[in-house]
Design a binder for this molecule. Structure first.
Ligand code: G3I
Length: 375
């Protein structure tokens, strides 16, 4: 072999070796950075514990699918995207749908055999302004007179969003929060008056949305999702709204009680609401559970644990109608309520007393922890 050729072969071999090693290192260090250690032996899995009752889900985002990956794999049977499937996540510009980011969450669910809840198609928040602008760029919902042409335009956009998104995720997303937070906080009205959907389309926007959703994916379970609809000030108006949709034959299959609570909030009210929604013949999902406490002393965390225990005992009691319970996050390190410490795992992603409390709701959290960890 000529001297130069030998040198060239040598250089190629060294280069390939170096490349292989660096790719190997890169992949490995990335995996280590992304993940956390698997839960230690003896740790009970929430999805195992609740498998005969309901799906147990978590809201996740692009960051937590990495930073909380072991906990997701071990404990949860269902995922919800915290923000990525909202209208501003999927159609920031009219007609340009971008599914890549949401896909990372949906594909994780599909690959791991987890259920995927879709959140959310129609909402007054996190929805780009163009949805509500006329062809001249004026906000239709702020006009003194809204024309039939304006209404038609907005209706088409509503239907097109639902059609594109649900068609794309058909077979992957089994349940959708079709309409989110439409009920007014003001007792004088049933529907919130500041929603551009309501201002432009009137109360019919709900019917349009649910009918379109059912037409696009007849296999999907369609939910109405809202906060405080288990509280007396909102319960009856929500029942009224749902009943009137059902009377018109609108395809609505379930109600999502979000569950952004604080320790001490009435669970008796929650039970009353569950009974009333069940009487409508609707399935119930607890969609965004997190139970806040500012007191993170040992006593405060024990009180939070006891409240979580009672909440899950209640959900189990009604598991014939409650088919899914989703926590709005996994650990207190990544929550929209950072001062309220509302989740089952602490800022170091370690199980809190609240976690141990729901492992067996017939026992105290201390007993459960001692039993499983052999302490
Ligand atoms: O999109 C911007 C991003 O471009 C920017 O870099 C970043 C910097 O702060 O902000 C990003 O927007 C934030 C968004 O979350 C995505 O992270 C918003 O500021 C922030 O307000 C937004 O909060 C979300 C909130 O909905 C908005 O209404 C929370 O994460 C999310 O947990 C929360 O979820 C809602 C449910 O959808 C409906 N029910 C109530 C629940 C809690 O509010």
């Amino acid at each position: 072999m000529p001297k130069n050729k030998g040198k060239l072969v040598c250089m190629v071999v060294v280069f390939v070796l170096a490349l292989t090693l660096s790719v190997g290192c890169f992949t490995r260090s990335n995996a280590e950075a992304d993940d956390q250690p698997a839960p230690p032996p003896g740790m009970p899995s929430l999805k195992e514990i609740y498998k005969d009752y309901f799906e147990i889900g978590a809201a996740v985002n692009l960051s937590t699918i990495n930073t909380h990956r072991s906990l997701i794999d071990f404990h949860f049977s269902s995922l919800t995207a915290e923000n990525e499937m909202k209208p501003e996540g999927l159609q920031r510009t009219e007609g340009r749908f971008s599914f890549q980011i949401a896909d990372r969450i949906v594909n994780l669910a599909v690959d791991q055999g987890l259920k995927m809840r879709g959140h959310t198609l129609v909402w007054h928040a996190q929805t780009p302004g163009w949805f509500f602008q006329d062809k001249n760029g004026n906000r239709i919902d702020q006009k003194a007179v809204i024309t039939e042409e304006d209404r038609q335009l907005v209706r088409e956009r509503l239907e097109s969003h639902i059609e594109n998104v649900m068609q794309y995720y058909a077979g992957k997303v089994y349940a959708w929060d079709v309409v989110n937070e439409a009920i007014s906080d003001d007792g004088r009205y049933i529907l919130r008056q500041d929603s551009p959907w309501f201002r432009i389309l009137g109360e019919e926007f709900l019917e349009i949305a649910f009918r379109k959703a059912h037409e696009v994916d007849p296999d999907a379970k369609l939910f109405y999702n809202d906060y405080n609809i288990e509280r007396p000030y909102k319960l009856n108006r929500t029942i009224q709204m749902l009943q009137s949709l059902l009377d018109k034959g609108v395809p609505i299959h379930g109600v999502g009680i979000q569950g952004h609570w604080s320790v001490g909030d009435s669970l008796a009210e929650v039970e009353q609401a569950i009974k009333k929604y069940a009487e409508l013949g609707l399935e119930i999902h607890i969609t965004e559970l997190d139970i806040g406490t500012r007191d993170i002393s040992a006593q405060g965390l024990a009180r939070q644990a006891e409240y979580y225990r009672q909440a899950f005992a209640l959900f189990k009691k009604y598991s014939d109608v409650i088919t899914s319970v989703t926590l709005w996050g996994i650990s207190d390190a990544a929550t929209w309520r950072p001062n309220d410490n509302p989740l089952l795992f602490d800022k170091n992603r370690e199980p809190k007393p609240a976690f141990w409390a729901i492992v067996d709701t017939d026992k105290s959290w201390e007993e459960n922890k001692a039993y499983y960890l052999g302490e």
